[in-house]
Ligand binder design. Structure first.
Ligand SMILES: [Zn+2]
Length: 264
């Protein structure tokens, strides 16, 4: 039986124990509360929290940026497409400091770009739209440290009960093979981080092999980048093709500025 904590809400463990199911109306939540249905009460508390967030957004952030939202209502012209993991700890707008209308975002388990040979996919459709219609200037594939998808790819634990994840991770399989063969001594989180990096490069390869992307790169209208966000330090690393290493984005920018004098 899950106990209720009336002082500070619920512990993470308790929240994770909430059984899946419809959330129900607030009246229903209250009824469950009254009848001692702790799980229903917890779900109600979670919904209240997120709806409070919506109300706060409408009263503060939206009002303060109302002119911007009125302009955005007529269209978007983001300059960046970010393809990143669905992980809740990775927040593209927070990491980059960019706001509404500035980043077109694709998220999935493991920041994966299925190769063109995989056939139609949500990722392919969104990338095509971003490149051809929105004419984004930069596409960033962004992995992150402690990635659950990449950890599963490595040790395959738990994948038997997640067949959809297991199937999707096939598009990242080369990253696992590379790490196992080239970095046999790596273990633990170092091994995971290396898979994260290799996976970003594999997905960049898939991205470049898309017709719309390769054509835009050839026309010098598009650049693609590989990033890794380190959750524990806030550091963002960018792949440097010259040194074949991931380096801090600030250094990457500095190096590029010195070489070319400007960035497209
Ligand atoms: Zn992840």
């Amino acid at each position: 039986m899950i106990s209720r904590n009336t002082q500070v809400g619920y512990t993470e463990t308790q929240v994770n124990q909430i059984p899946a199911g419809p959330l129900g109306s607030s009246e229903e939540v209250s009824r469950r509360h009254d009848t001692g249905n702790a799980a229903g009460s917890m779900r109600g508390q979670l919904m209240r929290k997120i709806i409070e967030g919506v109300r706060s957004f409408q009263e503060h952030e939206f009002k303060e940026n109302q002119d911007l939202f009125l302009v955005l209502a007529h269209g978007q012209s983001p300059r960046y497409l970010v393809i990143t993991c669905s992980d809740s700890r990775v927040v593209p707008h927070l990491i980059t400091g960019l706001g509404p209308g500035e980043i077109f975002v694709i998220r999935n388990a493991g920041n994966i770009v299925p190769p063109p040979t995989a056939g139609p996919s949500g990722e392919a459709a969104s990338i095509e739209f971003a490149v051809i219609e929105l004419k984004v200037k930069h596409v960033i594939v962004c992995g992150h440290s402690h990635c659950g998808a990449m950890t599963s790819l490595l040790n395959r634990e738990g994948l038997e009960r997640l067949p959809a994840v297991a199937g999707f991770l096939q598009f990242a399989e080369p990253a696992r093979r590379i790490v196992k063969t080239r970095y046999p001594r790596l273990a633990g989180e170092d091994q995971v981080t290396q898979v994260v990096k290799e996976n970003v490069l594999i997905q960049l390869g898939h991205l470049r092999s898309m017709g719309s992307v390769s054509a835009a790169i050839r026309r010098r209208e598009l650049q693609v980048h590989g990033w890794v966000f380190m959750i524990e330090t806030g550091e963002v690393l960018s792949y440097d093709a010259t040194s074949k290493q991931f380096i801090p984005v600030e250094r990457w920018l500095q190096d590029r500025s010195q070489i070319s004098g400007s960035l497209i």
